[in-house]
Design a protein around this ligand. Structure first.
Ligand SMILES: Nc1ncnc2c1ncn2[C@@H]1O[C@H](COP(=O)(O)OP(=O)(O)OP(=O)(O)O)[C@@H](O)[C@H]1O
Ligand SMILES: [Mg+2]
Ligand SMILES: [Zn+2]
Length: 480
């Protein structure tokens, strides 16, 4: 009898590949450090799918060849902007939503991304054809939100779908002028084998949507989730692909929200939009300074008003410092809203130049209202708040200070001094301390407030009337 040869059919497991979220490099093995770019912990497991033929480079109909043209022969094409009517959003976008542009709106869960976009629909719905694709919420949920925000009257098309092909089909049928994709992490393409939200899927789906935007001149707004570190979940290339990246920031326990542009091909990245969240949705805050100073404590040490430039707009906020003696050899340092290293640098300058013993104290620093300040002009206020808390001296509520502090303890000029002084005066500050070189005749003439000149860090101490009490070892104390 003939022996039947039995062949074992082996199911082939899908091939795995490890992809770097920073540089997109692929490797068959997991490494702690990406072999291509050297970043730590950036490799994630993905299902391998062979690249589709003909990919790479911009896709175009075959037979059409593009050629280079001299720049002066190009027609002066100003980009067409749609003013959304939500002023704070327009400001961040650089004056409105540009036709054919792709905007990525990223933020933590529950911060208000869908709310902002639903309000955008309400503002533009009767003017533009909008297709709102939601992969996260059901129709009743979306309807309920629209009712709560009072935007249910807007003529927008809603699609609750996660499959890319279906979305593109509906897109072709509806032919919207604005497409909103909430969120890119929930959309998946059957062409890519990995799970929704994975690097391959996000790249594939964003690429497909963007192709449409560029071809049809549709504006696309993509919602992106953020990961634990606060970056946008998915491949780093996503940020390079889109025209603008907006971050929705804020403390969820606080009512204010800030929209900040991290990248904008059609405008400045310095502008911020300030909103306030309540049950009726987001309302624009036209006067953020007044709002941020609302709950300022009086007659308490460690609080100092700060004036920071956010793009073209001066914003006044409050900085609070708490300095307490510690028995631990390594004192605690916490900073919220001010760069941690900047705080350490200022503490070192105060310790060295004024002989103030911060090294024996825990230091907590906080900017009220969830504001994040990158402006070095805030140094003066940070230093004053720190000294005020350490010495327990109350800073007069009508005093505001601005100026960058150098390592030698010198005060350096700040940008847009005149604008800052104007805003400070408007909010009732009558004593404005600023670097010596910022004070000129025109500023003195136009300002009602008294301008106090700062040249060295010792002057900051003088402002608090604490000069006599400091350690005489201080270089500045000896020099004066
Ligand atoms: N009925 C309500 N009354 C008041 N505020 C509400 C109400 N429902 C929701 N909110 C506010 O709206 C926020 C949720 O906003 P939204 O759904 O726009 O966030 P999101 O950024 O889209 O979140 P996700 O990432 O989960 O999609 C809540 O955190 C809450 O502050
Ligand atoms: Mg949402
Ligand atoms: Zn890498």
């Amino acid at each position: 009898m003939k022996k039947i040869k039995r062949t074992k059919v082996k199911m082939k497991a899908p091939k795995k590949v490890f992809v770097c979220t920073e540089c997109d490099a692929q490797s068959p093995k997991w490494y702690g450090v990406c072999p291509a770019c050297g970043m730590w912990n950036t490799l994630v497991e993905e299902t391998y799918s062979a690249p589709a033929p003909g990919r790479g480079g911009a896709s175009r109909p075959s037979g059409v060849r593009s050629h280079a043209v001299p720049i002066d022969e190009l027609a002066k094409e100003d980009c067409t902007r749609t003013v959304t009517g939500i002023m704070e959003l327009d400001r961040v976008l650089g004056g409105g939503l540009v036709e054919g542009s792709v905007v990525l709106l990223a933020g933590e869960p529950g911060i208000g991304k869908s709310t902002l976009l639903m309000q955008l629909c309400g503002a533009l719905g009767n003017e533009k054809k909008i297709l709102y694709v939601s992969g996260e919420e059901s129709r009743p949920q979306l309807k309920m939100r629209a009712q709560r925000l009072g935007t249910e009257g807007a003529k927008i098309m809603l699609l609750t779908e996660t499959d890319l092909d279906t979305i593109l089909n509906e897109y072709d049928r509806v032919q919207p002028e604005i497409l909103i994709a909430d969120s890119i992490q929930t959309i998946y393409s059957a062409n890519a084998a990995s799970a929704p939200g994975s690097i391959t899927q996000v790249r594939e789906c964003a690429g497909a949507l963007m192709g449409r935007a560029k071809a049809d001149g549709t504006s696309i707004i993509i919602v992106g989730h953020v990961n634990k570190e606060g970056g946008i979940a998915g491949p780093k290339v996503l940020e390079h692909m889109v025209d603008a990246v907006l971050y929705f920031e804020g403390d969820r326990t606080q009512p204010h929200r800030i929209v900040r542009a991290a990248k904008n091909r059609y405008g400045s990245t310095n502008e911020i939009g300030v909103f306030q969240m309540d049950d009726k949705g987001l309302t624009e805050v036209e006067n953020p300074s007044a709002m941020l100073l609302l709950e300022r404590p009086l007659n308490v040490s460690g609080s100092c008003a700060v004036c920071t430039m956010e793009g073209s707009r001066p914003i006044i906020a409050e900085i609070q410092a708490l300095v307490t003696p510690t028995t631990f050899p390594a004192p605690r340092r916490t900073s919220n809203g001010i760069d941690y290293n900047r705080m350490c640098l200022l503490l070192a300058v105060l310790e060295k130049r004024l002989g103030l013993r911060f090294s024996a104290c825990d230091v907590y620093l906080n900017v009220i209202g969830g504001l994040r300040i990158d402006d070095p002009g805030a140094d003066a206020a940070v230093a004053l708040a720190l000294i005020s808390s350490l010495r327990d001296i109350v800073i007069p509520p009508n005093l505001i200070a601005m100026g960058e502090i150098g390592l030698a303890g010198e005060f350096r000029t700040v940008t847009s001094a005149a604008q800052r002084v104007k805003e400070a005066s408007r909010l009732g500050f009558t004593k404005i301390a600023l670097p010596k070189r910022c004070i000129n005749d025109s500023l003195t003439k136009t300002s009602d407030a008294s301008l106090l000149s700062l040249s060295g860090i010792y002057d900051a101490l003088m402002l608090l009337g604490d000069a006599k009490k400091t350690d005489s070892r201080s270089a500045y104390a000896n020099a004066k």
